[in-house]
Write a protein that binds this ligand. Structure first.
Ligand code: M6R
Length: 614
């Protein structure tokens, strides 16, 4: 939430900052702003609304060419999305311009203190108190980095702060606690940003800052300390993708591009995990096998779409490992005092690696001495760093706010983890694991097959423009797919949608069904168990009450055909792997419908890509 960037170097800082903001706009789009230093004074432009408004403002009132600048794109927390509340905020003495991502929880007390001292605040934000405090410190003669450390020691909550001082046009200082910050290291130029996409155009050399660190940045390098001023360790890494991955490549939306990237994203996530001698290797999991054997419970913790990936994982992990697996919404987890012991394995799932609720759940679990494995897509993010081990998905950057390839790769990574645990714990024979790995490895072409056949979904979307509500049903792993289908519609098409376990329908929700109620149903493959037949019965039940049924079923499923108003054929896969193919038409349907309704698919209202506040 909120994207921040700072630059110092020979390029025109304003342009570097604005291009970085464009690339980070998915993090928040309530307002945007830029500050530069010229002739010993700050110049600021900021505007409510999307970055286009800021650019129009810059056209009207251009900023000078300077070698230092900071910029911010906002997801509003404290104070509405107005020009005055937009960042950067400037201290009353005109020395400091500051940008912030996070929430300063004790801002009210600090605000009162400042007002009592006669400092007039110009906005309703929590951020401005940090700008004003910093202004007071440097005004009293403190060095900028010392002042930042002093202020940070007083702040509670989550914050990444970046500040420039009008009297020092060759230096910026940043700090982080519970919110992301990476440094980009170029040749004779330096960057700080919320994520690497902001500076990927200029350098792939990045440095991840740790918790409670301050970084003092010049064009020639940077120094890192903790909040007390002691030298601190930061972690360099190289970004493995390039600028083209962070651009739309001819698609109208990042979301559509990301939907179509899924065959590769899943293939990359599975790549190199299964050796020629028939063993599953997860090299990055530096947890001794003996510890994995001693686990007696697994708890998966995540939010939103990642939580639904966790629900899929539960079916696979319990089936393959015979270890009890619970799935928890991260924001609920620590507040219910969950039972965690040294033998509990906590698995967190997060595309961004920055979700505050998930991060807090990790901290809580580790305080109880549980081992934590993170499934994450973002190198250099906080969640992997604070976990005992990480299993990276290799989806590449996901920029559309609605997660798509993030979900599929999370599901794929969960399968890998489940099979690996089964291997380590001896609950499956090697050849059985090999068969599953073979089936998994065969899914990318099947995902492509689904993508190649989406035209009927496109036509279907055109019939849904005036619908007021849509239901989604599924059983077993089809249930989380139903939840995910409903979430996609809510997020980007602003259409009321609910996902239910198909069997639960008769316990209440069926009362919602009337003539024409649209219901999507995920039908399990025909198989030995009765799952398929039960879902077919559920379809008949809603059809008998006038529902319009849109059925996703395995190709050649003649049993379900008579009960489907619309049928979409899915490639044949095992029930457990069906989410990898069944989710795609639902993602695409939401994208199409939102496009037809004229909504901004990549930047849906009220949302931000990574939720870095609790
Ligand atoms: O970055 P994370 O995977 O931790 O994000 C979790 C959720 O915020 C995220 O999946 C959210 O629900 C998406 N907007 C769903 O499309």
């Amino acid at each position: 939430m909120c994207g921040i960037i700072g630059y110092v170097g020979p390029r025109v800082a304003r342009d570097v900052v604005v291009s970085g903001l464009r690339r980070m706009e998915y993090r928040g789009y309530d307002s945007a702003g830029v500050a530069v230093i010229t002739d010993g004074a700050l110049e600021v432009r900021k505007k409510a609304g999307k970055i286009g408004n800021l650019i129009a403002e810059l056209d009207e009132a251009p900023l000078p060419d300077t070698e230092i600048g900071i910029g911010h794109t906002r997801w509003a927390t404290h104070g509405g999305p107005t020009d005055a509340n937009a960042h950067p905020h400037v201290s009353g003495n005109g020395r400091i311009a500051l940008i912030h991502n996070g929430i300063i929880e004790n801002f009210a007390a600090l605000r009162l203190e400042l007002e009592t001292r006669g400092v007039a605040l110009a906005s309703q934000t929590d951020t401005e108190v940090a700008a004003q405090l910093l202004g007071v410190e440097v005004g009293a003669g403190a060095d900028l980095a010392d002042a930042m450390r002093t202020v940070c020691r007083r702040l509670e909550g989550a914050f990444t702060l970046v500040a420039i001082d009008a009297t020092q046009p060759d230096r910026l200082v940043a700090a982080r606690r519970n919110s992301p910050l990476v440094v980009g290291v170029g040749e004779g130029e330096s960057f700080v940003a919320s994520d690497v996409s902001a500076f990927i155009e200029f350098t792939r050399n990045a440095v991840e800052l740790g918790q409670d660190q301050v970084v003092d940045v010049s064009r020639d390098g940077f120094t890192v300390t903790d909040f007390d001023g002691s030298p601190a360790v930061s972690h360099p890494f190289e970004v493995t993708w390039d600028l083209s991955a962070a651009e739309k490549a001819g698609y109208d939306w990042f979301m559509r591009k990301e939907i179509f990237e899924q065959p590769k994203a899943v293939a990359d996530t599975l790549l190199g995990r299964y050796t020629t001698d028939g063993a599953l290797k997860l090299d990055e999991l530096h947890i001794p096998e003996a510890e994995l054997r001693s686990i007696d419970k697994i708890i998966i913790v995540a939010c939103g779409t990642a939580y639904y990936a966790g629900l899929v994982a539960k079916y696979a992990i319990e089936h393959w490992t015979r270890v009890a697996c619970e799935v928890e919404i991260a924001s609920e987890f620590r507040y219910r005092d969950p039972i965690i012991t040294r033998s509990t394995l906590v698995v967190t799932i997060s595309q961004s690696g920055e979700t505050a609720d998930t991060l807090m759940a990790i901290r809580h679990a580790r305080e109880q001495h549980a081992k934590v494995i993170a499934i994450c897509n973002t190198n250099g993010s906080t969640i992997p760093r604070e976990s005992d081990a990480v299993l990276y998905t290799h989806a590449g950057p996901e920029i559309g706010v609605a997660s798509t390839k993030g979900f599929l790769t999370q599901v794929a990574a969960c399968y890998l983890l489940g099979l690996y645990l089964a291997q380590v714990r001896g609950t499956m024979f090697g050849d059985e694991i090999g068969r599953w790995m073979g089936e998994l490895a065969a899914t990318p072409p099947l995902i492509q097959q689904v993508l190649d056949g989406l035209d009927p979904i496109k036509q279907l979307a055109a019939q849904f423009i005036d619908k007021k509500s849509v239901l989604f049903l599924g059983r077993h792993v089809g249930y989380p797919v139903a939840l995910e289908g409903a979430l996609k519609l809510k997020e980007i098409a602003y259409l009321h949608a609910e996902g239910f376990p198909a069997g639960e329908l008769k316990h209440g929700p069926i009362a919602l069904v009337e003539h024409g109620t649209p219901i999507f149903v995920v039908v399990p493959p025909q198989g030995r168990d009765q799952l398929h037949d039960k879902v077919v019965s559920n379809i008949q039940e809603v059809r008998a009450r006038g529902a319009l049924t849109v059925v996703l079923a395995e190709e050649g499923d003649a049993e379900v055909e008579p009960y489907a108003d619309v049928i979409f054929a899915l490639p044949r896969v095992s029930t457990l792997l069906q989410p990898l193919v069944a989710t795609i038409p639902l993602q695409f349907f939401a994208c199409e419908l939102a496009t037809l309704k004229g909504y901004d698919v990549d930047q849906p209202r009220n949302l931000a890509k990574s939720v870095t506040v609790e």
